[in-house]
Design a protein around this ligand. Structure first.
Ligand SMILES: [Zn+2]
Length: 488
C-alpha cells in the first residue's frame, strides 16, 4: 500500500511534503580489530592516538588486510534486515581531504557504475507499523575523531584522535521515505535492537550508532545534516531543519543543496559546505584489495547462525506469556528491556503485570527522563522486589510506580526495602509500632474511617518505622482491628 505523505502545516493554507532519508552508521563493536589492520577496536578510554599502526595511518608501503569477522557480521546484519547480499565484494577509495582522515581517502563501498555495496534492497520495520525501504548497506572505515572547544564554528582549534580511524562501520542507507522526525528515531531504534540481538553491537558504547539525515520539503533540494550522535538528537535536528526550511520557503526563498552540521550543544544546524557531487570524491576501486567472492554455502551458513531477532521474539512473547501483541512489540524495542522481561518472568508468573510494569511504567519514566535503559544499573532483582512488595500488599500500585522512578534516577532501591528481611510477626511488637503510627498521623486515623488510602498510608508509616520488616498482611489486619476498637 502506498503511504500518504506527511504534511507539516505552516499556516492553514500552506503545507509542505516532508521526505527524510537516513544514513545510519553502526560500529560493529564485536569485531575485535579495525577493518584493515590488527589494531584493537576497543579504542575508547585509551590515550589519544595510542591505538594506531602504520596501516590505519596510511603510511607509505603498508597494505590493508581485510577482517573476515567484519564481513561476516556485516552480512548477518544485511540478512537480518532482509537485504540481498552481493556475490562479489569490491572496496573503493573515496578521496577527500579532511583532518579526521589520515590517508586522505576512506576505504568504502560504492553502488554506482555497476559496482556493488555489501547488500541492497532491505527493510527497516519500525514500531509504528511502517516499513522503511533500505537502499543499500556498505562496509567502511570510521574516520578519526575531532574535538572542538565549544562550537565547531567558534573553536580556536580542533584536536584530532586517530584511535577510531579504521574501525568497522556498517552504513545502512534508507530510501527518502521517512515522513517525520519521530519515524527517523524509531528507525534508528529498530536497527539498534537488531544489532543488539545479533550480538554484533554494544549499545552502551558512546557514539557506536550515529547518523546523517537528508531532508527535503516539497520535493525541493535535499539538505544533508551530519554529526547526529544520539536517538534524541535525530528528532531534534530534523525538527529544527523542518522549521528552518519551512520558514525560508514561506518567504519564497529557495532551499540550497548543502551539508549542514548538527551543533548538539546549541541545538541548531549550521552550514558546513555546499554539497559535493559524486564526481568530487573520485571513487575508484582500491588497487590494494582484491574483489572477494561470497559463496552460497557461506551465505547459508551465516543465515543459519542468525539468532532470534526482535520481530520473532515479540511473536514468541505473545505465544509463551499470553501478553498482547502491542506490549510484546514495545518490550523488544530494545534488547535490554526484552531481557529484563524474560529474566524476571522466570520468577514472577503474573506476566501481564510484569509486562505492564516494564513496558508502561519503567519505559515511561525512562522516556520522560531521557535516560537509556542500558545506561542504568537496573536488574531483574530490582524489578522482582518491587513486584513482590506490591503482590504482598506491602506497597500500593502508585507506590510501586514511585519506586520505579526512584530506581531509574538513583540506580537502586531505598536500602530499607532493597532486601527481604526477617518479618516481624510478634503481635505485641506490631501493636506498639501501629500505636506510634497512629500518634504520628492523627489525621490519617480520622480519614481511615471513610478512606481506604489512609489505611495504606498508616501501613506505609509502620513499614517505615520497622524498616520494612513488619509483616504486611498481619499489620494490615491489626491496623483495621485497632481502628475499629478506637471507634467504639
Ligand atoms: Zn591500525
Amino acid at each position: 500500500m502506498k503511504r500518504q505523505p506527511a504534511k507539516m502545516s505552516m499556516t492553514e493554507t500552506q503545507e509542505y511534503e516532508i521526505l527524510i532519508g537516513l544514513e545510519i552508521h553502526c560500529q560493529l563493536t564485536s569485531v575485535p580489530t579495525k577493518l584493515f589492520c590488527s589494531c584493537s577496536s576497543d579504542y575508547r578510554e585509551k590515550a589519544p592516538n595510542s591505538v594506531i599502526c602504520p596501516v590505519c595511518m596510511g603510511l607509505p608501503g603498508t597494505l590493508p588486510v581485510l577482517s573476515r569477522s567484519a564481513i561476516e557480521k556485516g552480512l548477518m546484519l544485511a540478512l537480518a534486515l532482509e537485504c540481498t547480499p552481493v556475490t562479489r565484494l569490491i572496496f573503493y577509495r573515496k578521496n577527500y581531504f579532511y583532518p579526521d582522515l589520515p590517508k586522505n581517502y576512506q576505504i568504502t563501498q560504492y553502488d554506482k557504475g555497476g559496482a556493488s555495496p555489501l547488500a541492497y534492497n532491505g527493510t527497516i520495520k519500525i514500531s509504528d507499523g511502517h516499513s522503511i525501504p533500505i537502499t543499500r548497506i556498505n562496509l567502511e572505515e570510521d574516520p578519526g575523531r575531532l574535538t572542538y572547544q565549544g562550537s565547531i564554528q567558534t573553536s580556536p582549534y580542533a584536536l584530532v584522535d586517530y584511535n577510531r580511524a579504521g574501525v568497522v562501520l556498517a552504513e545502512v542507507v534508507t530510501a527518502p521515505e521517512l515522513r517525520t522526525p519521530k519515524e527517523a528515531r524509531l528507525a534508528l531504534e529498530s536497527v539498534q535492537a537488531i544489532l543488539e540481538h545479533l550480538g554484533s553491537f554494544e549499545s552502551t558504547l558512546d557514539g557506536s550508532i550515529r547518523c546523517d539525515a537528508n531532508i527535503s520539503l516539497a520535493r525541493g533540494n535535499r539538505v544533508e545534516v551530519k554529526n547526529i550522535t544520539s536517538f534524541k538528537d535525530v528528532a531534534r535536528a530534523l525538527t529544527f531543519e523542518i522549521t528552518r526550511q519551512r520558514g525560508l520557503l514561506s518567504k519564497g526563498i529557495p532551499i540550497k543543496m548543502e551539508t549542514r552540521h548538527w551543533d548538539e550543544k546549541r541545538r541548531i544546524t549550521v552550514s558546513l559546505r555546499v554539497k559535493e557531487g559524486e564526481a568530487e570524491y573520485r571513487y575508484f576501486p582500491d588497487p590494494d584489495l582484491l574483489p572477494i567472492e561470497i559463496s552460497k554455502t557461506e551465505l547459508s551458513e551465516l543465515k543459519a547462525a542468525i539468532p532470534e531477532l526482535p520481530e520473532s521474539r515479540a511473536k514468541r512473547f505473545v505465544l509463551d506469556f499470553g501478553i498482547n501483541e502491542e506490549t510484546a512489540k514495545t518490550l523488544v524495542r530494545g534488547k535490554g528491556l526484552a531481557d529484563l522481561f524474560e529474566e524476571s518472568s522466570k520468577e514472577f508468573k503474573n506476566y501481564d503485570k510484569l509486562a505492564h510494569l516494564l513496558s508502561a511504567d519503567l519505559l515511561g519514566v525512562l522516556n520522560r527522563s531521557e535516560i537509556d535503559l542500558n545506561d542504568t544499573k537496573i536488574t531483574p532483582k530490582h524489578i522482582l522486589r518491587i513486584l513482590k512488595l506490591e503482590a504482598d500488599g506491602v506497597i500500593s500500585g502508585p507506590a510501586a510506580r514511585d519506586l520505579v522512578t526512584q530506581l531509574v534516577n538513583t540506580g537502586d532501591l531505598p536500602s530499607h526495602i532493597a532486601e527481604e528481611k526477617t518479618k516481624i510477626t510478634d503481635k505485641k511488637l506490631l501493636e506498639a509500632e501501629i500505636h506510634k503510627a497512629f500518634m504520628n498521623a492523627p489525621q490519617a486515623v480520622n480519614d481511615a474511617k471513610t478512606n481506604e488510602n489512609a489505611i495504606n498510608y498508616l501501613l506505609g508509616i509502620v513499614m517505615g518505622l520497622t524498616k520494612g520488616r513488619a509483616d504486611p498482611k498481619e499489620t494490615l489486619t491489626m491496623i483495621k482491628k485497632m481502628l475499629e476498637k478506637s471507634r467504639q
